[in-house]
Design a protein around this ligand. Structure first.
Ligand SMILES: C[S@@+](CC[C@H](N)C(=O)[O-])C[C@H]1O[C@@H](n2cnc3c(N)ncnc32)[C@H](O)[C@@H]1O
Length: 116
């Protein structure tokens, strides 16, 4: 990330849960796309509260997983976060599908780093 202008750096935070990491990147001026299952953003939850705050920011974008991820064009993201996500996925083949999907979305000059 060194030397990158945050305002033109696209970040996908996939599997956001309580949006902690999303908030960090939004607050630091990155163009942030958060993605998770629809059920996660239930009305009245702590997550919904944070979501409503984040929606006021122009550099925040919300995607419902998986449908809206497929509408994103290839090589769109500079950074993709999968923090604590593959480790909670019980079906191994789903993890592989997820990695293949993010490889398609990530800009070519970036490599995939997996941190578990
Ligand atoms: C342990 S939380 C990680 C939250 C956040 N990244 C963090 O580090 O604080 C795991 C997240 O992965 C999402 N998740 C679980 N299975 C998934 C799957 N098969 N595909 C995409 N996301 C999944 C869950 O909805 C949940 O938000």
């Amino acid at each position: 990330m060194n030397g990158k202008d945050p305002s033109s750096t696209t970040v996908l935070d996939l599997g956001v849960a309580r949006l902690r990491n999303t908030k960090f990147f939004v607050d630091n001026g990155f163009q942030v796309y958060c993605a998770d299952f629809k059920d996660l953003y239930k009305e009245g939850s702590k997550t919904e509260e944070r979501l409503l705050e984040l929606r006021k920011k122009k550099n925040f974008h919300q995607l419902i997983f998986p449908k809206e991820i497929y509408n994103i064009k290839q090589n769109f993201f500079d950074i993709i976060l999968l923090l604590n996500v593959p480790t909670v996925m019980p079906i191994p083949v789903e993890r592989i599908c997820l990695i293949l999907m993010i490889r398609r979305l990530l800009k070519k000059e970036w490599s995939v780093s997996l941190v578990f």
